[in-house]
Design a protein around this ligand. Structure first.
Ligand code: DOR
Ligand code: ZN
Ligand code: ZN
Ligand code: ZN
Length: 404
């Protein structure tokens, strides 16, 4: 087949290392079919899904059940994190077919917060797989909740989920990674102050930032209200700038969405009864390509942050292993296409976006997974399913793969 692509740009498929596809158990928000279609349309050819589903992914058996679900539902490639609980140390030690262990240091959707300091340390001491953390200190969050008792405005969400809460948890996680020489990845960094903590630990620690923490801030509550409620919370415009600079300086290595769909109706409730999280897979690549159009970074930067970086951090690629299914994951992008982000155009089941009304330049138009076209100009081909991602945790992570 001849593909006409005059004036277009071909890039590797995006690997989104942090999504919540809500399958099994929360499929009114999203499922592996709808979520994977949204990925294909957004130029994402692989996603790594978090364990806070129902049931939560906390054993090998449950992880493999998810893999089976995905084999039947996902049109893009997939992998699943194993979640840490008070009682599943043996599962964490022996986990296979997973990018790593996810630890929630603070509370969020799914109530998986692990606040016992001894147990946190034991996981770093006794397990081998890379660890991804949701870094927010629950005791600092609780203290602020008490101080603000009685208030019922979503703006308080950013005071409760404070910079201090993130910085404290980042410090703790970094200290443990350093002490036990354990590979650590800090999910969705939201505050510039956090970057200053982990930049000294670059040999064992990597970090990610989401498009919403790059492009939205506390002023966004004005228009979005509880739609802008997520964990970690939005911070200030200065934090937006500091996070983008950290990406440019290689202090934060990757962009991941933290795609966390909730139904529009649930999101429109009254704070704090509203759920935290925003969808992101439909809009992440266009938002980042728009930075190229605005001359803030290069397309090579975007490819590094969204394609190469996640593959290196989670050991997805290895020389000689291209036959596993990572050859020919490709996205054709139209760098000159300008379009306004509109909720009805979203493919995610929740069909809303916090970026509603934003005009961005640079859109994916065509996506291939393992050489098979899965998306082209508004149409999907669901005749081929995605494949399970292989992880080679012997290869040593991000810093091994980056050339000076
Ligand atoms: O805002 C969030 N939503 N933060 C999380 O950590 C979890 C996520 C979700 O699953 O809804
Ligand atoms: Zn999180
Ligand atoms: Zn998340
Ligand atoms: Zn492939």
């Amino acid at each position: 087949e001849t593909v006409y692509a005059y004036g277009m740009t071909l890039i590797p498929g995006v690997i989104d290392a942090h999504v919540h596809m809500r399958d099994p158990g929360l499929t009114s928000k999203e499922d592996l079919r709808s979520g994977s279609r949204a990925c294909a349309k957004g130029g994402i050819t692989t996603f790594l899904d978090m364990p806070n589903t129902n049931p939560a992914t906390i054993s090998q058996k449950l992880l493999e059940e998810k893999l089976t679900l995905a084999a039947n539902k996902s049109i893009v490639n997939y992998g699943f994190f194993m979640g840490a609980t008070l009682t599943n140390m043996e599962e964490l030690k022996n986990a296979k077919r997973t990018p790593g262990i996810k630890i929630y240091m603070g509370s969020s959707t799914g109530d998986m917060a692990l606040t016992d300091p001894g147990l946190l340390e034991a996981i770093f001491a006794e397990t081998k797989l890379p660890i991804a953390v949701h870094a927010e200190d629950e005791s600092i969050i609780d203290k602020m909740k008490l101080e603000l008792a009685g208030t019922r405005n979503v703006v308080d969400h950013s005071r409760i989920r404070s910079v201090e809460a993130e910085v404290a948890a980042v410090k703790r996680a970094c200290a443990l990674a350093r002490e036990y020489k354990h590979r650590l990845h800090i999910c969705h960094v939201s505050a510039g102050a956090s970057v200053e903590v982990f930049e000294d630990h670059a040999d064992v620690i990597t970090a990610e930032v989401t498009p919403h923490h790059l492009f939205l801030n506390i002023d966004s509550y004005m228009n979005l209200g509880t739609l802008a409620q997520m964990n970690p919370s939005l911070k200030t415009a200065e934090d937006n700038e500091a996070l983008l600079q950290a990406l440019l300086d290689d202090k934060i290595q990757i962009v991941a969405t933290d795609h966390a769909p909730h139904e529009f109706e649930e999101k429109c409730g009254r704070y704090p009864d509203t759920p935290s999280g925003v969808p992101g897979v439909d809009t992440a690549l266009p938002l980042m390509l728009d930075l190229v159009a605005k001359d803030k970074c290069t397309i090579e930067d975007v490819v590094h942050w969204m394609c190469e970086g996640p593959a290196l951090i989670w050991d997805i690629m290895e020389k000689g292993r291209i036959e596993v299914g990572y050859d020919a994951d490709l996205v054709l992008v139209d760098m000159n296409k300008t379009q306004v982000i509109r909720s009805p155009n979203m493919e995610t089941k929740c069909r809303w976006t916090p970026f509603e009304g934003r005009e961005v330049t640079g859109w994916p138009v065509r996506t291939w997974v393992c050489g098979k076209e899965v998306y082209h100009d508004g149409k999907f081909d669901e005749s081929r399913m995605g494949v399970e991602v292989m992880f080679d945790h012997k290869r040593g992570g991000y810093w091994e793969g980056v050339e000076d």
